[in-house]
Design a protein around this ligand. Structure first.
Ligand code: 4NP
Length: 148
């Protein structure tokens, strides 16, 4: 799960998918990262923690890290929260990265529509509520689609 700062969107996606995967008895390794380094080492945004907690998911222990080329080796699937993140992933990956592993997160819900999970960083709490709802739908779709 990849966004820009790894403090707002992708930490929610990491927490929600890990929670759902456990419920489904799947043995997947899930992590998140950001394409920018500004917030490395920080806990998730206060409002990301709050909305997850309201849904019974504790993400307070997660810490921001930067997305690196090694993630292309470690993971089978890489989800970008929005097109700007996807562009950064391409740059970090360079010519040797397997870009077939990468897709926009919301394409799991609406294939090929390239819808973003919008950046809530400069907004208010309602933005985080909207982000949570999109991520919840996306994570359900990931689990449903993997069994196809
Ligand atoms: P995120 O949100 O990519 O969902 O973690 C952002 C967090 C920080 C910044 C931008 C987006 N920033 O510019 O510092």
């Amino acid at each position: 799960m990849v966004c820009l700062g790894n403090i707002c969107r992708s930490p929610i996606a990491e927490g929600v998918l890990r929670h759902k995967v456990k419920e489904h008895g799947l043995n997947w390794t899930i992590d998140s990262a950001g394409t920018e380094s500004y917030h490395v080492g920080e806990a998730p945004h206060r409002l990301s923690q709050k909305i997850c907690k309201e849904h019974g998911i504790d993400i307070s222990h997660q810490r921001a890290r930067e997305f690196t080329f090694s993630d292309f080796i470690s993971y089978d699937k890489i989800y970008a929260m929005a097109a700007d993140v996807l562009d950064e992933i391409k740059l970090i990956g360079g010519p040797l990265a397997d870009m077939t592993k990468v897709d926009l997160f919301m394409n799991e819900v609406h294939k090929g529509k390239n819808e973003p999970v919008p950046d809530p960083y400069y907004g208010q709490e309602d933005g985080f509520v909207k982000v949570y709802d999109l991520i919840d739908k996306g994570c359900d779709a990931i689990i449903k689609n993997q069994s196809k």
